[in-house]
Design a protein around this ligand. Structure first.
Ligand SMILES: Cc1ncc(C[n+]2csc(CCOP(=O)(O)OP(=O)(O)O)c2C)c(N)n1
Length: 654
């Protein structure tokens, strides 16, 4: 299989079509083992081949929105040999990464960034006076995102040369929602579309020896007769003004924003794509090409279930069925969240659920099915989701925003300026708080404690298990302040869930095990949320070594349980804080701030993530081992503290 753009450019049409087949096979086979974004990538095989056929990266720039659909680009830009390592420890990343290849000019994984970033690259080019092409490839769901529109608003008056490819497959992860999606649909199904498409066909047929036709004909012995032979677009002769507005179709929205619109174009018709891109390349006005693709193209199982195959774990290649979880695996946190939402909504009319285009990932789909009128999908629009929730809160509701920790970062100002400043009872259920190992730094939720803890009026908590998650959600619906509950991805702890949840006292920790006063040196372990299981293992290990160990479930990061924390701070010889979060500004920092205020000098060992972006890996364990979030490292550090001279400790010298 080809793995460089130079090689690809030498192929005939037949060979390019064959390449498309080989790429699909490779995607299906490798992802069956590694998991990943199969559907989106199967959908852009021809588009990516056409892009590399027409443009020249790294000189020309491709900016992929989200960049989850970048696998084909990776296969074609020198990463074929390592493709089997995608999303695994020390392997290639599942998203665009500047440090991975010169062909990845801009990194991403959060949606809606491509148009703005590409425009910035255009501005840089124009300032430099160079002439590379810049292509932003964005999905239809990216148009539910505000930033995309901020960019569209700005393109026409910033540059003359900008190429946008709207990759329209009618799906985000779930079915795309909202007015823009309806609009694109109308555009595709508009009665004039077929007519115009035919016009377009007729038009290209008028130029049997178009640029692309000539190029390919020279290279292929056979030439390429049939469909492709006559496809070619000569810009000088293009006469694209058939609708009087400079575009095919009736897509006024782009035209009104100062971009030329071309399309819709069949995104699986390689020759047509090539000629269209060649035309776009010569445009002296920003242009958007509307390309229609099928998510999952070429794999029956993925075509049948676009949502599941948007991104998934390992599966059986023949059946497309996901590999079963090990027997006895506890339910996912997300499922417990979704089921609890249904129960809460059934009992409390003030509760509603809000997702920003992530119904299945967050578990809110369960609410959608059970009580659709209490469920809102607002599109990939986290800022809007939070503001929408704030508005509902002013009307007496308890809106629950189910947003991944990493995506909530985008709505930070809405948290501060709207929810917190007005002290509104919005509940934030921050899924994926902790690692999203195979996705990597763009998806790890490691900053939320820091960014929430510094904001007045906020309450922040983390459950040690799924039963406590239910208690926390129930508690939150009885509060009058912004509340943040963080929990990780994947299976919960496997504890039974009480029939009737209980209201937790705000700011109260749970002492799981107190000192036993056996005379051993005392170690207090304060393990936040899902770190309780590590805390328990450390406790067991230290006990075998004759130490007197206390174990605390802090529950609240804000307000911190000052009484319990101070007590253990004074009683212990060493105190350990555990958090699935960066150490900078996190839970351990909160404890240290309290100790400073109370003049407590007990040494504190902080277990958490360092001040750096954590890469992707196959499993959480791989990363915990690498960064020392382990029993061995914790025990070693506790012992080192216990062995340190007391005088040194008193003056804070390591
Ligand atoms: C800010 C943000 N919110 C949510 C997501 C999760 N997410 C990843 S891909 C995706 C859908 C993208 O749809 P589209 O852009 O149409 O591309 P397609 O997968 O259909 O090719 C979503 C919601 C994200 N990446 N970024």
């Amino acid at each position: 299989m080809v793995d460089s753009p130079q090689h690809l450019k030498k192929l005939t049409l037949d060979q390019l079509q064959q390449l498309a087949g080989e790429i699909r096979q490779e995607l299906i086979t490798v992802l069956a083992k590694n998991g990943g974004h199969l559907g989106p990538n199967l959908g852009v095989v021809e588009l990516t081949i056409a892009l590399h056929y027409v443009f020249n990266t790294p000189r020309d720039k491709f900016v992929w929105d989200v960049s989850h659909q970048i696998y084909v680009h990776k296969l074609l830009t020198g990463r074929k040999g390592r493709f089997h390592t995608i999303r695994s420890t020390d392997g290639i990343c599942g998203f665009a990464l500047r440090t991975e290849s010169e062909h990845d000019c801009y990194g991403a994984a959060h949606a809606g960034t491509a148009l703005s970033a590409a425009l910035g690259i255009c501005a840089g080019r124009d300032q430099r006076g160079t002439n590379e092409d810049v292509v932003a490839i964005f999905g239809d769901a990216a148009l539910t995102n505000g930033i995309s529109f901020e960019a569209l608003n700005n393109i026409g008056n910033t540059t003359k040369r900008f190429i946008g490819i709207l990759n329209d497959n009618e799906w985000g992860i779930a079915k795309n929602v909202g007015a823009i999606s309806n609009y694109l649909n109308r555009l595709i199904t508009h009665p004039s579309y077929n007519k115009l498409a035919k016009d377009f066909e007729r038009f290209v047929r008028r130029f049997p020896k178009g640029e692309i036709a000539l190029k390919l004909a020279h290279k292929a012995e056979e030439g390429f007769k049939g469909a492709l032979t006559e496809v070619g677009l000569e810009p000088s002769q293009s006469g694209l003004e058939v609708d009087g507005r400079g575009g095919y179709g009736n897509s006024l929205i782009f035209e009104e924003m100062g971009l030329r619109y071309l399309g819709p174009v069949d995104g699986h018709n390689l020759p047509l794509l090539i000629s269209t891109l060649q035309f776009a390349r010569t445009c002296d006005r920003p242009i958007v090409i509307h390309v229609l693709t099928k998510k999952g193209k070429g794999y029956e199982a993925a075509l049948k279930n676009p949502e599941k195959f948007h991104g998934l774990g390992p599966y059986d290649v023949v059946t497309g069925v996901a590999l079963p979880a090990k027997p006895g695996t506890p339910p996912n946190w997300q499922d417990v969240f979704g089921q609890t939402m249904v129960k809460l909504c059934q009992k409390d009319n003030s509760v509603v659920g809000i997702t920003a285009a992530m119904p299945s990932g967050t578990g809110l789909k369960i609410l959608e099915k059970a009580m659709p009128h209490r469920y809102y999908d607002v599109g990939i629009a986290e800022e809007h989701a939070v503001l929408f929730a704030c508005g509902m809160a002013t009307m007496g509701f308890h809106p629950v925003c189910a947003i991944y920790s990493t995506f909530l970062q985008r709505a930070y100002d809405c948290i501060v300026h709207d929810a917190a400043l007005q002290d509104l009872p919005v509940i934030f259920c921050m899924d994926r708080a902790g690692l999203s190992p195979q996705d990597g730094p763009t998806h790890h939720g490691l900053f939320d404690i820091s960014y929430v803890r510094s904001v007045p009026n906020c309450i922040a908590m983390a459950p040690k298990d799924e039963d406590e998650l239910v208690d926390m959600m129930f508690t939150a619906t009885h509060q009058r302040h912004p509340i943040f509950i963080r929990y990780p991805r994947g299976p919960a702890e496997g504890v039974p869930i009480k029939d009737q949840p209980r209201i937790l006292e705000i700011g109260k920790a749970e002492v799981i095990q107190n000192f036993s006063n056996t005379g051993g040196r005392r170690v207090a372990l304060l393990a936040l949320g899902n770190m309780m299981s590590l805390g328990r293992k450390v406790a067991a290990q230290l006990a075998t070594e004759g130490l007197d160990v206390a174990l605390v479930n802090p529950r609240f990061v804000k307000p911190l349980d000052a009484g319990v924390t101070e007590f253990f701070g004074r009683a212990a010889d060493v105190l350990v804080t555990f958090e699935d979060h960066v150490l900078m500004g996190g839970y351990g920092s909160a404890v240290l701030e309290l100790f400073n205020e109370k003049r407590i000098t007990t040494p504190v060992v902080q277990i958490g993530w360092p001040d750096q972006f954590i890469e992707h890996a196959t499993t959480v364990e791989d990363l915990r081992n690498k960064y020392g979030l382990t029993v061995e490292n914790t025990v070693a550090r506790v012992k080192a503290e216990l062995a340190a001279p007391v005088a040194a400790k008193l003056v804070g010298v390591a």
